[in-house]
Design a binder for this molecule. Sequence first.
Ligand code: WT7
Length: 654
Amino acid sequence: MPSNSIDSLLHESRRFAPSEAFSAASEASADLYTSAKEDRVEFWADKAREYVHWHKPFTETLDWSTPPFAKWFADGELNVAYNCLDRHVLAGNGDRVAIHWEGEPGDSRSITYAELTAEVKRAANAMAALGVGQGDVVAIYMPLVPEAVIAMLATVRLGAAHSVVFGGFSAESLRSRIDDASAKLVVTADGGWRKGKVFPLKAAVDAALANGESSVTNVLVVKRGDNEVEWTEGRDLWWHDQIEAAEPEHEAQGFPAENPLFVLYTSGTTGKPKGILHTSGGYLTQAAFTHKNVFDLKPETDVYWCTADVGWITGHTYVTYGPLANGATQVLYEGTPDSPNPGRWWEIIQKFGVSIFYTAPTAIRSFMKAGRQIPEQFDLSSIRVLGSVGEPINPEAWIWYRDVIGAGTAPIVDTWWQTETGAIMIAALPGLTTLKPGSAQVPIPGIKIDILGEDGTRVDPPNGGLLVVSEPWPAMLRGIWGDPERFKETYWSKFAQLEGEQYFAGDGAHVDEDGDIWLLGRVDDVMNVSGHRLSTTEIESALVSNPIVAEAAVVGAADEATGQAVVAFVILKSNQEHAQTAAEASALLRQHVAKEIGAIARPREIFIVAELPKTRSGKIMRRLLQDVAEGREIGDTTTLADTTVMQIISDKLN
Ligand code: WT7
């Protein structure tokens, strides 16, 4: 099983201290921890001054007078796009490459900071001409092309907020996100490359906007796929036409530090995705600070590559905002790791001389399975720091990553954080920390984490508990879009009996004798499939929305490659039972989920069953279904209303 169990972790005894050379040249020094400990709030004020250019300096650091609603640097003003662009050009670094972009079919384009700044200025003017300004929301539904980053920066340059919707999500998912945030403009493309084919994004936008009233007045379409698209006159506009027609100059204005920067939807315990709201000054501070120190970034010489799509939080913080605020040179790759050949990622590392590489354990495990002979064909000697994110990295994958990709010497930083935390919260600092495979290790300077038992008492090693963040942090979410009650309820009510606010992350964790933190996976109905968050309830709702389904239960089952996989148990309506075979019904429903939510949610398996295990009060016992899905002996069934149900289910499946 790829996720960590306390037992196997306690036996992990390998330790990797930083080399002397690495430590000597380290960006981060130990006094970060001491100064943060002395005065946490003042520490962040210092970082905000060091990492961010303020149009108007702030005088207040943290306002926590109405928890859980925090304000950081509230009377300060900044322009986030200016921080990522203009200031580097003004500092004489306009000729530095900001983005080495590589398209899946092999086309590529390198864009300097001066060029990126010029493009964003034009795009901002083009969007302003369409009426976008402070208070508006722009939905971005794009392949991983430079225009995705340009659209994000142009939006925030105007003081508007973006809502990036991952290009793999369905028209239905896009529609609900557009509606929830009342987006005014959609930026999309005529298609993007994935696994050797062009996938049609514009068609999904058309479908999302097809029925009924919409807040959207225009759709800007980037030409990428070169395929036929339907056109709605008056609403649809080509990106390149608008950019060409736009004025080249655009002066960045300062906006308040708490101006909304973006909303990003993520899965929660209940069916409806939550729009996580992030604001400007605090977010940018922690994004830039962590990007510099956790990855030991040297902007003049490093080539950084984070493989995330901008549709996820990792792509927001560690593709767009962190690296560009720090003036880094980075790689952006449109396609999949194995297209058109299984060595594609390593070929890209070799081509651009990538020195800092940040990816997810699921990718590492799949390369591990394909064998080291593939990466060994490439020159990866430029690599000096490796990062991991999204789920616990099992020690075997950690060691393989270090040995095969990092030449046995590169430090690995395992970074724990969430869409909600906005930026990295727990990670080693590679020049300072002695690494332990499998542990995310220590809170970064200025972050306070605790592990609590259900009753709110702090648990002592080696026991496990629930992970909480016990002090506000600059990049923290400011709320759930349009739903302050859900925000309080979801994150801040679990330990309401304690003095002081505790942010409940939804993760189980364990702290060892050295104070290092080991993540143990989600404790709620959220699954983690390939480092992506999915809600069991959301997939169940998608299943029962199909007319052949009477009832459905979804569990996350351990999976060697993806960490967890979606497994569904479905009862068909009685008139359907003989209409099709179980195999046909299950194929049809897998496709149905992909259409409703997106391909990432498509169940690995669907079992058609006659009954579901329920307690006397009618609650589905997912724990027992998980036993079946993972091929384990079925656990305690004594609380079931009908104790024979599990026998019937497992008999039928065997
Ligand atoms: C959930 C957040 C943060 C960007 C990617 C996912 C899990 C994330 C780690 C890690 C163990 C991790 C947690 C967390 N997670 N990073 N290094 N070790 N677990 O963001 O979609 O908001 O998911 O991912 O369970 O709660 P997200």
